[in-house]
Design a protein around this ligand. Structure first.
Ligand SMILES: NC(=O)c1ccc[n+]([C@@H]2O[C@H](COP(=O)([O-])OP(=O)(O)OC[C@H]3O[C@@H](n4cnc5c(N)ncnc54)[C@H](OP(=O)(O)O)[C@@H]3O)[C@@H](O)[C@H]2O)c1
Length: 235
C-alpha cells in the first residue's frame, strides 16, 4: 500500500513509535526513526533493516529535526508522512513541579511537534501533499490532578493540529491527531506487567496510523479517539 512512500517517525526507538515504524515498513514505506538513546537506536537500526534509518535527533532541537528530514530526503528521495510521536510525561502537582520539569514537558510535547512540522512542511509541499499525524492523548480531554503539564501539552497538540490542518489542507497535506488512552509501553519509566493486559497495545496505535494514511485523498479523519475497549470498572 505504501510502496515508494517515505515516513519520518519521531520517538521511534520503542513503544508506539517503534510499532508505527514497523507497521509503515510492513506496508512498503521507507522509514526514518528518531530517538535520543544511541544504543537503543543502534539496536533498532539492526532490527528494522535497510529500508529504515534510525537517527539520533532530539525533538526539542529544531536543527536536529531538520537533519532527520534531510536524512529522509537524501536516503529515500523525499518525505510523504510525518508522525510526531515523541513525548514524555512528568506527573506532579503544580505546587511541586519544578520550572525545568514544566519546560521539559512543553518543549518535548509541544515545541517538538512544531519543530517536526516546521522542518517537514517544505518537503511535504514539494511532494504535492502528504500526511502529518500527531500522537496526542485522551489526557488532553480528560485532565487529572498531577497531570497539569502533560494534559496541557496534549491539549496544545490538538489545537495546534486543527489550526495546521486548515492551513495546509489545500496543499494536499492532511493533518490528523490520534488520542490514545492507556497504552502498554515503558512510558514514564513504567514496566509493563500482567496488570496492563487491559491496555491498548502499541500495535493498536500503529494500526490507526496505517489506517489513516490509507484513506482516499478526498477524506480526512482529522481526530481519532482510541480507547481500550474493556478498562477496569470504576467503583
Ligand atoms: N503510553 C501511553 O499510555 C500513552 C497514551 C497516550 C498517548 N501517549 C503518547 O504516545 C507517544 C509515545 O509514547 P510511548 O508510550 O510509546 O512512550 P515511550 O515508550 O516512553 O517511548 C518514547 C519514545 O520517544 C522518544 N523520545 C522521548 N523524548 C524524546 C526527545 N526529546 N526527542 C526524540 N525522541 C524522544 C524515546 O526515545 P529514547 O528511547 O531515546 O528515550 C522513545 O523512542 C507520546 O507522545 C505519549 O505522550 C502514550
Amino acid at each position: 500500500m505504501l510502496q515508494g512512500k517515505v515516513a519520518l517517525v519521531t520517538g521511534g526507538s520503542r513503544g508506539i513509535g517503534l510499532a508505527t515504524a514497523q507497521a509503515l515498513l510492513a506496508q512498503g514505506a521507507s522509514v526514518v526513526t528518531t530517538g535520543i538513546d544511541a544504543a537503543r537506536l543502534a539496536a533498532v537500526q539492526q532490527a528494522l533493516g535497510p529500508k529504515a534509518v534510525a537517527v539520533q535527533a532530539d525533538v526539542r532541537d529544531f536543527a536536529a529535526l531538520e537533519g532527520a528530514v534531510r536524512t529522509a530526503v537524501d536516503r529515500f528521495g523525499g518525505l510523504d508522512i510525518l508522525v510526531n510521536n515523541a513525548g514524555i510525561g512528568i506527573f506532579a502537582p503544580v505546587a511541586e513541579m519544578s520550572l525545568e520539569q514544566w519546560d521539559d514537558v512543553i518543549r518535548t510535547n509541544v515545541t517538538g511537534v512544531f519543530n517536526g512540522c516546521r522542518a517537514a512542511l517544505p518537503f511535504l509541499k514539494a511532494r504535492g501533499g502528504g500526511w502529518i499525524i500527531n500522537i496526542s492523548s485522551l489526557a488532553s480531554a480528560n485532565a487529572f490532578a498531577g497531570g497539569a503539564a502533560y494534559c496541557a501539552s496534549k491539549a496544545a497538540v490538538n489545537a495546534f493540529s486543527e489550526a495546521l490542518m486548515q492551513e495546509v489542507r489545500h496543499d494536499g497535506i492532511r493533518v490528523a491527531y490520534v488520542m490514545p488512552g492507556s497504552v502498554r509501553t515503558e512510558f514514564n519509566s513504567h514496566v509493563p506487567g500482567p496488570d496492563d493486559e487491559w491496555k491498548l497495545a502499541p500495535d493498536d496505535v500503529a494500526r490507526t496510523v496505517v489506517d489513516l494514511v490509507g484513506h482516499p485523498n478526498r477524506s480526512l479523519p482529522s481526530r481519532v479517539e482510541l480507547r481500550p475497549s474493556r478498562p477496569p470498572r470504576k467503583s
